[in-house]
Design a protein around this ligand. Sequence first.
Ligand code: ZN
Ligand code: ZN
Length: 454
Amino acid sequence: MKKELYQYDLYPLVFPVGVATEFTIQPLGYPLTVFGEGYTVAVYSRYLARGREEECIRRTDIPCTVDEAGRLHFTYTAATECEHHVSLRLNDKPQADLWIYAVEEDLAGRYPLRGDLHTHSCRSDAKQAPAVVCANYRRRGYDFIVLTDHGRYYPSLEAIAAFSEVKTALNILPGEEVHLPGTTVHLVNAGGKYSVNGLVPALQQYSETKGDTDKRRLDATVTPPPIRTMEQYEAEIAAVEEQVKAAGCPANVNSHSYAVCRWAFDRIREAEGLGVWAHFYWADELAPAPDPFIYYMMETHPFDAIEALGGAAKVHENGFQAALYYDEYRHGRVHAVVGSTDSHDYTELNPGSAHCCTLVFAEKNDRKSIVQAVKDRYSVAVDTKQPEFRLVGEFRLQRYATFLLENYFPLHDRQAAMDGEMLCRYVHGDATAEEVDLVSARAEKLLKKYIRTK
Ligand SMILES: [Zn+2]
Ligand SMILES: [Zn+2]
């Protein structure tokens, strides 16, 4: 965390363009505990508006007031979406460099949320129980997670149920990694209201829940489609494959495997989930796909989003995935992106576990808003394995996300660590629901303090 964040608490950090916004600077006792006479701020904005050729740095000097508690107040209106440098000055001598970010109207209605749309528990091949995975994620600064066990949807319901009696700030979405007969390609159903694995009788979701309907849907208001017989499933795939061939699927692309993927993504959409093509360029025994298959998938994009970064241990593969994302951009195809840990061991003991995430800009931290925001391409994939973190996504969002990772998330993460610690204790019977709620309620306050919407 940078020094200035220990010295001063400046809020809001994010504010709308064109709106006169009042800012507060609270000294944190390093060295000041209160402000006195002679303090002003100069705000420098770097105009890089689209469609403008000039680039200029403009300085605005702003008088400040000091309230009874010794906090400084000033009002500023930004003309353009960008980062603004707040130079805190005493008798016009610089004292500290602080930063705020102005956003255009579409982003001003959205909160930045850190999440993971692809994770595993011990219900498939990972190490921790579903509830423990969730609590650990919150401790490490995540606002939402989707538990996506291999071939199984019901563990995500177990995770949701574990916290149904508390008002945790961590939003747990239903989900699953989809593994269907006829393909080795890995897909993720993030947030779907029912299981796609559960539509096919050959899979763990089916055998381990013994046909219990409640374990293949989010809640009692959801009616999933009937389970196919294997003959019905194979007939549906054959029909899709025929269409795919008629549409000109190249001879060097496995049309059957492709047809299964297309069928699965359509089913995920019907379930109101986000269909993610997982770790699509991992060059190992997991989900290997030859280049022609990858290019054809990209060209026809039956998915909703690609996992541009998929687990921090796969440095080179993630690099190729990022390169492919930008190659696609060159071809005029702008895919929605996510960054996932795909973690199978989610404690600090596993150093590679918490380095990827998706930053989503969503109106609310709920299932529907997150799925929609990613589909609408309000997301950035993030890898923080190195201190010089790597982002994949649109330039405008990368710029904003970088500001947030440096100025907002360090503060957010301290709150999340407290929440997560309480969730861990709650899971083990060492904290009451009231104690969890008390700590979690602060998360919403923190979000609204730093991120000013319209
Ligand atoms: Zn996988
Ligand atoms: Zn996985």
